[in-house]
Design a protein around this ligand. Structure first.
Ligand SMILES: Cc1ncc(COP(=O)(O)O)c(C=O)c1O
Length: 371
């Protein structure tokens, strides 16, 4: 079978399936329990909540999990109506998902008035119609971000501004948008946003670019080019440990393992969480330490030298790191204490040997316990 209806739903990504296995098999307790079998799962849920929040630039406390997007849409509209009990008018469009349209029809039977805005032959909304539809009686505007049948994107930013200027709450069904278009809730004046996990195939690539470039979104993939470290450009050594490889007839240039080790520790803000960094690096069985040292010297950053030294010392047995190599990095460490990650200064353990403040979970490699 060739399945062409990814707007109806999508298959679960293998990594999602993998990540869920423990909670569908052995770790099935109730997180609200007072005993550990259940309560330890609270951390897992809070981690998931923080990840969803990060995806859309929200705060964790703003994320409420529901059983499906239909429930999210209904709950949001209902909450907006409850917040304005005297106002009994709703504005939506004729092309909303049935979960919104059916709920609005049901509300009409409860003496709410609903305006269904039309769209033109291209599926677009006329913002003047929206302005005209809003009255003193309007409690909420509910409009879709990406249409589930036509793919048309409504101008959410402008809609939010109109709603705000009239003091009306705005609910947006962003179910088909999340993971496909960038959503930063700080940039859109939305009061309620419905999301779901069953459509999202979201990938984010960060790559080294010779000249600065704006992020580009292609299908569900976002590409972000970042410049080379300045110290490399100054020495004309951008291509240090760059390997050329053939991918389906296309020449692809990637950084070698040694440079990658140093690069991810040098710019953890571009790389991912510490768990991702540590686990990925731990999957490498061998590093050429001479090359690592040469690259650290090219970057000329004392904190990076200490981070690399700390990682190598922590893995000295598996990576067969000898004292002479550790000394090389120790000689290059910073004179005063530095954070493992400057941009996300996080209290942790002070490791005097490297003059580094290291988050507790990195020090103890304790993320396993969170699973
Ligand atoms: C735009 C939109 N909103 C809401 C829903 C409802 O989603 P769920 O099936 O999770 O209730 C869908 C699902 O098809 C949708 O495409």
């Amino acid at each position: 079978m060739i399945y062409l209806d990814y707007n109806a739903t999508t298959p679960v990504l293998p990594e999602v399936f993998e990540a869920m296995i423990p909670y569908l098999t052995s770790e099935w307790g109730n997180p609200s329990s007072t005993y550990k079998f259940g309560s330890k799962l609270k951390t897992v849920i809070e981690t998931a909540r923080a990840q969803v929040a990060e995806l859309i630039g929200a705060r964790s406390m703003e994320i409420i999990f529901t059983s499906c997007a239909t429930e999210s849409n209904n709950t949001a509209i209902n909450a907006a109506l409850k917040a304005n009990p005297r106002k009994r008018h709703i504005v939506t469009s004729a092309v909303e998902h049935s979960s919104v349209l059916n709920y609005c029809k049901a509300l009409e039977k409860e003496d709410y008035r609903v305006t269904y805005l039309p769209v033109d032959s291209e599926g677009l909304l006329n913002l003047a119609d929206l302005e005209n539809a809003i009255t003193e009686e309007t409690a909420v505007v509910s409009l879709i971000w990406a249409n589930n049948e036509t793919g048309v994107l409504f101008p959410v930013k402008e809609i939010g501004e109109i709603c705000r200027s009239h003091g009306v709450l705005f609910h947006c069904d962003a179910v088909q948008a999340v993971g496909k278009v960038e959503i930063e809730v700080q940039n859109v004046q939305v009061d309620y946003l419905s999301l779901t996990g069953h459509y999202s195939v979201y990938e984010h690539f960060t790559y080294l670019a010779a000249s600065p470039s704006h992020p580009v979104t292609f299908r569900s993939h976002q590409f972000k080019g970042v410049g080379f470290p300045k110290s490399l450009s100054l020495k004309d050594r951008e291509t240090f440990d760059v390997v050329k490889t053939d991918r389906a007839g296309l020449e692809v240039r990637v950084t070698g393992l040694e440079r990658t080790l140093v690069d991810v520790l040098n710019r953890p803000d571009l790389t991912g969480s510490w768990e991702e960094i540590w686990r990925s690096l731990e999957s490498v069985e061998f590093f050429d330490l001479e090359k690592v040292t040469a690259y650290v010297d090219l970057l000329g950053n004392a904190t990076t030298a200490a981070k690399v030294g700390f990682f190598l010392e922590q893995h000295r047995d598996s990576l067969m790191v000898d004292e002479a190599h550790l000394k090389t990095f120790r000689d290059r460490r910073p004179r005063r204490p530095h954070y493992l990650e400057r941009s996300r200064r996080k209290a942790g353990r002070f490791v005097a040997a490297w003059n580094l403040v290291v988050p507790e979970e990195v020090y103890g490699r304790s993320w396993e316990e969170l699973r």
